[in-house]
Design a protein around this ligand. Structure first.
Ligand SMILES: [Zn+2]
Length: 282
């Protein structure tokens, strides 16, 4: 079976080794997801020569809602605009490379095994130390498809190369992770470069024009995460992405189903105890 057709942009800042130079990688569903879930990795690698961020976007983005001056764009036209926006973000954010798979969400679901195989080959060449993807509590079905593809591909790479043990983060997009019990909640600091943070999400004009406020919503959620992190201490950061550590899954310690069960059970028990401690003492 043929591989999915890819479009690839490589940084002019690197002469070669775009893949093997990559230390931080976002593997995500749509154009602009890398800038949301992987932002802490983008800023950690910005203007560095020893650390490089890259992204792999698994769909062509043709099914997005559209408004403003994009409301009459065909699926193909919108997909092309989004591909260009992703490459502008890669240039601005100084990514080593950005790869976009030109397939629809449905094709990705229907040909999931092929996607796992293709991503396994890519990840084996790249071997980044940190990977950002979607989290299992995200409300977007395509994000969950991508999450399972990433986990299966990583497990396959690790099975043949057991010394490769990357950090894997599932980060919030559709739905916040502020409810995660503390022992599962990872805070990824996004504070140091507010101009870069704003510029990267702001350049996705096709997603924002027509009254979809991703540019302010993404930054606002990160600011809220920083402030509502802890009720009894001063803010430790200006901007924070919340994430779930998925490394125990890729290390074979726990399955995706068992991890989500454990988190939900802990959340349920903690909430119940908090209420019972007040109700039973009154
Ligand atoms: Zn998305």
């Amino acid at each position: 079976m043929d591989n999915f057709v890819c479009r690839e942009f490589c940084s002019p800042l690197l002469e070669d080794h775009h893949k093997s130079s990559t230390t931080h990688l976002a593997v995500i569903a749509h154009q602009d997801d890398a800038e949301i879930v992987g932002y802490s990795g983008i800023q950690a690698s910005f203007q560095r020569t020893d650390s490089w961020f890259s992204s792999i976007t698994l769909t062509n983005g043709s099914g997005a809602s559209r408004g403003g001056r994009y409301q009459n764009a065909s699926n193909d036209a919108l997909s092309l605009i989004r591909q260009h926006e992703q490459e502008k973000a890669a240039l601005l954010g100084e990514y080593a490379f950005c790869q976009q798979w030109l397939c629809s969400s449905q094709t990705l679901k229907d040909q999931r095994n092929l996607a796992v195989q293709q991503l396994t080959n890519e990840l084996d060449q790249i071997r980044p130390s940190t990977i950002y993807t979607h989290n299992p509590f995200d409300k977007h079905g395509t994000h969950i498809t991508v999450l399972t593809i990433v986990l299966d591909a990583l497990k396959s790479v690790i099975q043949t190369n057991p010394s490769y043990q990357p950090k894997v983060y599932g980060v919030e997009v559709w739905g916040s992770l502020d409810w995660l019990p503390n022992q599962f909640r990872i805070e990824l600091d996004c504070s140091p470069m507010p101009n870069l943070e704003q510029a990267l999400i702001g350049l996705y004009d096709s997603q924002i024009d027509g009254n979809k406020g991703y540019d302010t919503a993404v930054l606002g959620r990160r600011q809220a995460n920083a402030t509502f992190s802890d009720s009894h201490t001063e803010d430790q950061a200006r901007s924070v992405n919340l994430a779930l550590d998925l490394s125990p899954i890729t290390q074979g310690i726990i399955s995706l189903n068992d991890l989500t069960d454990e988190i939900l059970k802990t959340h349920f028990e903690e909430s119940k105890l908090r209420i019972q401690s007040i109700v039973s003492s009154s």
